[in-house]
Design a protein around this ligand. Sequence first.
Ligand SMILES: NC(=O)C1=CN([C@@H]2O[C@H](COP(=O)(O)OP(=O)(O)OC[C@H]3O[C@@H](n4cnc5c(N)ncnc54)[C@H](OP(=O)(O)O)[C@@H]3O)[C@@H](O)[C@H]2O)C=CC1
Ligand SMILES: CC(=O)N[C@@H](CCC(=O)OP(=O)(O)O)C(=O)O
Length: 355
Amino acid sequence: MNAVNDDAGSSPLRIAVAGASGYAGGEILRLLLGHPGVQSGRLVIGSLTAGGNAGATLGEFHPHLLPLADRVLGETTLDELNGHDVVFLGLPHGKSAEIAQQLPESVVIIDCGADFRLSDASAWEKYYGSPHAGTWPYGLPELPGHRDKLVGATRIAVPGCYPTVASLALAPAIAAGIVEPRVNVVAVTGTSGAGRAPKADLLGSEVMGSVRAYGVAGAHRHNPEMVQNLSALSPEPVIVSFIPVLAPMPRGILATCTAVTTATREQAVEVYETAYAAEPFVHVLGPGRLPQTGAVIGSNAVQLSVSVDTDAGLLVVVAAIDNLTKGTAGAAVQSMNLALGIPETDGLSTVGVAP
Ligand SMILES: NC(=O)C1=CN([C@@H]2O[C@H](COP(=O)(O)OP(=O)(O)OC[C@H]3O[C@@H](n4cnc5c(N)ncnc54)[C@H](OP(=O)(O)O)[C@@H]3O)[C@@H](O)[C@H]2O)C=CC1
Ligand SMILES: CC(=O)N[C@@H](CCC(=O)OP(=O)(O)O)C(=O)O
């Protein structure tokens, strides 16, 4: 794989998106359509594929992607994906490994699914109930130790949406040792996190006007991913209590993360401001401001606030992301940029859509 450069005459790189009819695939395409590489012709959007909906046009699923609306979705096969320099996989868990193994090593594969995120095979088997496929560089460059592994990589595992927000909310405190290695995460999400395949419990009549927790008490498959990310920054394993909550909104995650601390607010804020000073997408909000999902929708931003509840002895970090942007497709495009050696922020914005 050659890095994209501005040399006149270098041939454009072709990008395929498998799972293009889905939410992650659609959001990748939305971001690519605004990417300077695509607009200049250095990157070209090639095959778009689906599962049972192969043969339909993209516009049937993503009418907002007008420039690609007439594209016909191909089948997700080796033949269809071969001949591309970059392949995004927006497929259900367990579907990526088979395709990935067949593509040449030189192809940059960016997997939005979970197949290659975990390094602990027993954790994978416990939560996903199938053999572990392996471990790829993890597409969360803001997490210490990961950015270097993404530069020039040809295999990248995009994090889960909840692990993205929880890990970025807690990593500085864990790495600086200002909290005990036992953390609580309560995260409210929109329904697009569950994908666009029909499910009865996601019907409007079930979701509207109601908020409900699910996957509590260690049952959610994102638990081991958060443990992996945070324990790598700590001298002892980090215990994570995670409670996901479904809210009647299409997209966005608001995570409230707490851990026991003896630090003052000033000390904690200093730790976070230092950790994220050079990060283009992570913003530590000033005093008196709290994140909200409405401020990050459509953007690749992570907004977070850092407080200390001195009576409770707790660090309280509230963080907001868009699950489909920084939580999936934005991270995928950010990872592609690093893999190809182009500016990490290309095609990505910190400006959200509101109200
Ligand atoms: N939604 C989110 O917020 C996030 C999603 N992810 C991950 O991204 C991946 C995609 O998620 P999402 O877009 O939400 O899911 P969707 O259900 O919206 O889309 C799934 C896509 O995969 C295709 N597909 C389904 N089954 C097969 C199959 N057997 N063979 C080939 N293609 C198939 C579907 O095609 P068809 O229309 O034909 O069925 C569709 O294009 C998942 O692994 C998910 O966990 C990660 C982080 C956040
Ligand atoms: C509302 C809802 O169901 N959300 C999903 C989030 C999944 C996700 O975004 O990440 P993965 O790639 O690991 O699936 C869930 O809780 O499973």
